[in-house]
Design a protein. Structure first.
Lengths: 150, 415
């Protein structure tokens, strides 16, 4: 199973993905996420991005299991996964019809996306509450971004 | 349009604008539509009121008119199925004056102010949205007040409304678990608004000075919407007590006049009386908070007939309590000044030196300035002069530098 890292893409294409993209924030998408987003388009959906300060070290106390269980019980969690470190990433570009590969992530930043979750919430206040309970909120940061709807 | 009717519309505007917009947002979920329909309603009032007379309840007339306008426009834009559904749930209205929204229904303005001040919005957007939707300032006016171009301000507002819509920032008064924190956020936005206006001193800054009046008006509204929130009263009292002294704050040359040298005859006594009354009402709740304490300190100053009558012991005590609630080196410095006034410069100097040693205020010009003043009063002139020079190096504005240079000259002359 691979996760595809998508570089910022034009609006028309991003609609298809139901994801918004910003040049400085990489967007991760995969087939499962797309399916999930299509299923929940009607209501507010907020993907929760997990960032880890240290790329490969996820502290022991950061086990997301209790959080996953709680949020599944609440019916909030739709999808989610940890991602392999950026050393396992491959970046894809199309240059003049040629596929150009490079190793590593497409943006070198201090914080790297370490995983993602797709959650379904009533509003931003609930999404923030759910994100704040995720263990990574303690030692990293979590970006909450709504799906592109309409 | 007769002047009478024009006056009636102008009078209704600051009171009713926010209420109309807030209600329309709740009904349609569309912020732009709400603003446009509110505007239409006020325009229609100028047209109709001369013919039909000013309605018994202008606010209800305006709300109903704006709502009917929204209904029309949503029907016309009926290609969008979702909006059609929304119109179906809008209450029908037959008369123009039948809306029982005077107290029987919770005031939508409270939802509006909490949404405008949501912490997920950038601070500058919170301020701009509050001024636009609650106070009814135009985008051009807000742009002038914040010294940015109108397109920049327009973009800021569009982006903020976009985030409210896309990220689903809820249009509601926060639930109990979030309320204390969010209320603090609303009060902080209003106080920021007030300070933006208060720091404007020159004639060219007139638009900015108007922000003080808007902030006071909004704080007044908030106290009626949250009558059990003593900090809202505390903030209103603080603003009134500071605003009352505005005429005496700078001299004709634009130089800062410190509190002790201000011409107290130029203070607005009716505003001071009102501020003290509001503060009393706040303190009766027996839940002191930072705004009430700051208002109490301002009241100590504002109610002293002469600088020499100031109750410095009480002020030192209030700063002590403030420091417990909001630990801050700046509060500690203020406390040191009050202690010096109450118990003598040596007692104050001990506190200032401790602050200096802690390093918490490194680079803050008022620390060496205070130190210099206390040393001067203790007759330690050489040390005082050295501290004034430290302060001069750190001071940011010309007015402050002029003041410090003056004090330095005094110190060295006597030496």
């Amino acid at each position: 199973m691979y996760d595809l890292l998508w570089a910022p893409i034009p609006v028309a294409a991003s609609r298809e993905l139901a994801l918004s993209a910003r040049p400085d924030a990489p967007v991760i998408a995969d087939a499962r996420w797309r399916r999930a987003s299509q299923a929940i388009r009607r209501r507010t959906a907020q993907p929760v991005r997990r960032f880890a300060e240290h790329r490969e070290v996820i502290p022991e106390e950061a086990s997301p299991e209790p959080w996953v269980e709680e949020m599944q019980r609440r019916g909030v969690l739709r999808d989610g996964s940890r991602l392999r470190p950026v050393s396992d990433a491959t970046t894809v570009r199309l240059h003049g019809g040629e596929v150009v590969l490079s190793d590593g992530p497409f943006a070198e930043t201090k914080e790297q996306i370490a995983g993602f979750d797709v959650i379904e919430c009533e509003d931003l206040d609930e999404a923030v509450e759910v994100a704040s309970k995720h263990p990574v909120a303690k030692f990293g940061a979590i970006e909450v971004r709504p799906f592109w709807e309409e | 349009v007769t002047p009478d009717v024009e006056a009636a519309v102008a009078d209704a505007f600051p009171r009713e604008w926010g209420r109309v917009v807030a209600t329309l947002i709740r009904m349609t979920g569309d912020w732009d539509l709400a603003e446009e329909c509110a505007q239409d309603a006020f325009a229609l009032a100028l047209e109709r009121w001369p013919r039909d007379g000013v309605p018994r309840r202008p606010g209800a007339w305006l709300t109903t008119t704006a709502r009917n306008r929204a209904l029309d426009r949503l029907r016309r834009a009926a290609t969008e199925a979702t909006k059609l559904q929304e119109t179906a749930v809008l209450p029908r209205s037959d008369g123009a004056d039948d809306d029982g929204d005077d107290g029987s229904v919770p005031d939508d303005r409270l939802r509006l102010i909490f949404t405008c001040c949501h912490p997920a919005l950038p601070l500058e957007a919170r301020v701009a949205l509050t001024l636009r939707t609650l106070a009814g300032l135009t985008t051009a006016e807000i742009a002038r007040a914040f010294l940015v171009s109108e397109p920049t301000m327009a973009k800021r507002l569009v982006r903020a409304k976009g985030k409210i819509r896309h990220a689903a920032i809820p249009y509601r008064v926060p639930p109990a678990r979030l309320l204390p924190e969010r209320t603090g956020g609303v009060l902080a936005v209003l106080y920021l608004l007030f300070n933006e206006g208060y720091s404007a001193t020159s004639g060219a800054d007139l638009v900015r000075q108007e922000l003080c009046a808007e902030a006071i008006r909004l704080a007044r509204t908030l106290t009626t919407l949250m009558p059990d929130e003593p900090e809202a009263l505390g903030l209103l009292a603080l603003m009134l007590l500071q605003h009352a002294r505005r005429a005496a704050r700078v001299d004709d040359a634009g130089d800062i006049v410190t509190l002790e040298h201000q011409d107290r005859a130029r203070w607005d006594t009716s505003e001071i009386d009102e501020g003290v009354g509001v503060l009393d009402a706040a303190l009766r709740h027996d839940r002191a908070g930072p705004y009430q304490l700051q208002a109490a300190i301002a009241a100590c100053h504002a109610t002293a007939a002469h600088a020499a009558d100031t109750d410095w012991a009480q002020i030192a005590h209030l700063y002590g309590r403030l420091a417990q609630l909001v630990p801050s080196a700046v509060v500690e410095l203020n406390r040191a000044v009050a202690v010096a006034m109450a118990d003598g410069p040596a007692a104050g100097l001990t506190l200032v030196e401790a602050l200096d040693a802690s390093g918490a205020l490194t680079g803050y010009h008022l620390l060496p300035a205070t130190r210099a003043d206390l040393l001067h009063r203790l007759g330690r002139r050489a040390e005082a002069a050295a501290s004034y020079r430290d302060a001069l190096e750190l001071a940011a504005t010309d007015a402050e530098r002029r003041y410090l240079a003056g004090r330095l000259a005094e110190t060295t002359d006597q030496g």
